[in-house]
Design a protein around this ligand. Structure first.
Ligand code: PLP
Length: 411
């Protein structure tokens, strides 16, 4: 008899985006003429930059020749890409990252989801609330939690609320935690963390022999000076942090797939007996066993992101999204909504009007204005009463969406 991993049965049935899709389809079926604009799922809409497309074509042409064929590449990624990452993302910020510390992959969703498996099941996981659901669900699947409670939170996970009062930076936990997931610029709230606040987390991790899993997928959207783009800009972070990066939001690779994770050689974890283990070696072993490398074409495309022209073109695309964010922020503020984010991240986190629940606001917005956003409660208990809009839409749709919202209420 084949038994199932019952941890999977603990997962809540309605994962956020399928439920949004279900309600959207039901609405469209009932209202086939409605022009529904989605500002829900965080997917890009601008075409991939010309320099990157050119690099992909070149790579594809090479693959069609005997000399240029690339079969299985190194599991950790090609050196040409890892060198560019080390120089452009780290050396340029005064951080020395060796290419052996960089593992190229096909996405940060996989990396953030997979990383937990090299750590013991007895680790206590801490996440912000609201949170990117991948961190929680993958720990549930692994069996690092108990069942979901009535409020949707899992027994055994430490939830750290982030809200306007704490500037969307969680308080340091008072209980024992071992693996701490932080995401800045933050999805879903659009908030950032400054160096001083991040340094507190690095110190905390050192004192508690904990590890920070730092998701910097939106690093390229930081517009204000002095906001750290990498956790390694903080002194000592290499001893306690793993960093996740992705080309998805940086360069529109959501459909192309390329990302990387940095696991420093100084990073230590422990056996139950207290012996020190180098995390880099364990991750390398895991990565090489379960992953056969990101495609050559994706990595060639990623390398083009770092060319002079690639950098400029990618910046221009990000400017289009962040201009959307400016207009969303302005329109909503003028209407009297309380909003956060949208300055260093492509997400605007808004308070629902009149204390409405997140899902009630979702339904109202869809019914009355044919707009789709993401209910804040889908990201956690503390997200109730909030709503996430993305700035990844087409500029003309953003303007139309704001016109429709203006008609919804005048507060
Ligand atoms: C989009 C996103 C990622 C990136 O996912 P990919 O698999 O690289 O496309 C990672 N973390 C967060 C928080 C995200 O929103």
């Amino acid at each position: 008899m084949a038994t199932i991993n019952e941890n999977f049965l603990k997962l809540q049935a309605g994962y956020l985006f399928p439920e949004i899709g279900r309600r959207m389809r039901a609405f469209k079926t009932a209202n086939p003429k409605a022009d529904v604009i989605s500002m829900g799922i965080g997917d890009v809409t601008q075409p991939i930059a010309a320099e990157i497309v050119g690099a992909m074509k070149d790579a594809a042409d090479k693959m069609g020749t005997r000399e240029g064929l690339h079969g299985y590449g190194p599991e950790q990624g090609y050196d040409f890409l890892r060198n560019l990452i080390a120089d452009n993302d780290y050396k340029s910020r005064g951080v020395d990252i060796d290419i052996d510390e960089i593992f190229v992959s096909d996405g940060a969703k996989c990396d953030t989801g997979n990383m937990q498996e090299i750590f013991g099941l007895d680790n206590v996981v801490a996440v912000t609330d609201p949170v990117y659901p991948v961190y929680v669900d993958t720990n549930v699947m692994a069996g690092r939690t108990g069942n979901a409670k009535d409020n949707g939170q899992y027994d055994g996970i430490v939830y750290m609320p982030i809200n306007a009062e704490n500037n969307f930076n969680p308080e340091l936990p008072t209980e024992k935690v071992d693996l701490i997931y932080l995401c800045y610029p933050n999805n879903p709230t659009g908030a950032v963390i400054d160096k001083k606040s991040l340094a507190k987390w690095v110190d905390f991790a050192k004192e508690n022999k904990a590890i920070i899993l730092y998701d910097a997928a939106y690093e390229a959207y930081i517009s204000e000076p002095d906001i750290p783009h990498s956790i390694y800009e903080i002194e000592g972070a290499k001893e306690v942090a793993i960093e996740f990066r992705s080309f998805s939001k940086t360069a529109g690779f959501t459909g192309l797939r390329c990302a990387f994770v940095v696991v420093p050689k100084q990073l230590k974890a422990y056996t139950k007996a207290g012996d020190v283990v180098a995390v880099n070696q364990i991750w390398s072993r895991r990565h090489c066993t379960k992953f056969n490398g990101a495609s050559y074409i994706s990595q060639a495309a990623a390398a083009a992101v770092y060319s002079e022209r690639g950098k400029k073109q990618v910046k221009d695309v990000i400017a289009i999204y962040m201009d959307n964010a400016v207009r969303i922020r302005k329109a909503l503020s003028d209407l009297g909504y309380t909003i956060y984010g949208g300055v260093n991240a492509p997400y605007i986190w808004m308070k629902t009007p009149n204390g409405m629940s997140s899902w009630d606001f979702f339904d109202t917005l869809l019914e009355k204005t044919h707009l789709v956003g993401t209910p804040g409660s889908g990201f956690g208990l503390a997200g109730e009463g909030y709503f996430r809009l993305t700035a990844f839409g087409l500029p003309e749709n953003v303007d139309e969406a704001m016109k429709r919202i203006a008609k919804l209420y005048t507060l």
